[in-house]
Ligand binder design. Sequence first.
Ligand code: SAM
Length: 302
Amino acid sequence: MGRCRQPKQVEAKVSIHKGTLYVVATPIGNLEDISKRAVVTLARADLIVAEDTRHSGKLLQRLGLNVPMQSLHDFNEREKSEAIIQKLLAGKQVALISDAGTPLICDPGFRLVQRAIAESISVTSIPGPCALIAALSVAGLPTDRFLFNGFAPERGSARRELLESLTQFTSTMVFYETPHRIADFLADAVAVFGGGRQACVAREITKLFESIYRDSLGNLHQLLTSHTEFQRGEFAVLIQGAVVAEERSRAEHSRLLKILLGNSLSVKQAAVIASEISGSGRRELYQLALEMTQNRRSGDEQ
Ligand code: SAM
């Protein structure tokens, strides 16, 4: 990739070709997770574009690499991208990395990639670690469809507004969270979605204190607020989507049972008749009828 000396003729030929922008994933904790292709690509690059060059410098040092680096942040991406594009147009090979994981996933790089595409520069992925995908793969929640929300807004009202817009969303939802906001985020999630939804808090994935908590949202909120050390580290939070069909049939069953129980039938009789009418299981309806009568009794007592 242009680092070794070439005969003059070949050099002239190479310089009329555009370089390639390599989007390279780096570890999210465990340095062993860097791929061989990532190391080779970084070693051969003419330039490595990173968020925090001091942070990424340590990774390169561990890999024994000494390649020129340049920083690129969200706040300066627009102007910095132009100089990088010029280098790519001049035939330089550029590798884009972020502090951790996959660039562009809640990290800078989008404008640079967009500009490169607009200039018909080849953009190639060197895939690897990504907290979102790692968390999804172990959460035990459906992965066939999911929504990645990145970080929820910092302000409580904006955060609740976002969560409220997702109450009917039926697929798994994934959020990134910081240690100082994880408790507030979970409190809001319980308030908006209810404590019963299944969820997963994936903390410090691939690191020494990796902990994957899988439980109902309510229990996870309780657990994480029970000890402040549970709130340390980096988090991905996954929440089960709305189980619309189940909720709807539960509402219909309740309506049916309410009529039957209101006509002086016993729990068992109501369950049998409701099962005949709806085609749903007797045991499930019996359980629901029992809950309804118990709730009614405790309501009468208060
Ligand atoms: N580009 C990264 C990726 O591919 O996942 C994400 C960068 S974003 C600025 C950082 C956030 O990702 C953290 O605040 C946390 O929510 C999540 N994250 C990163 N590493 C993590 C890890 N090891 N365990 C859990 N979450 C992590």
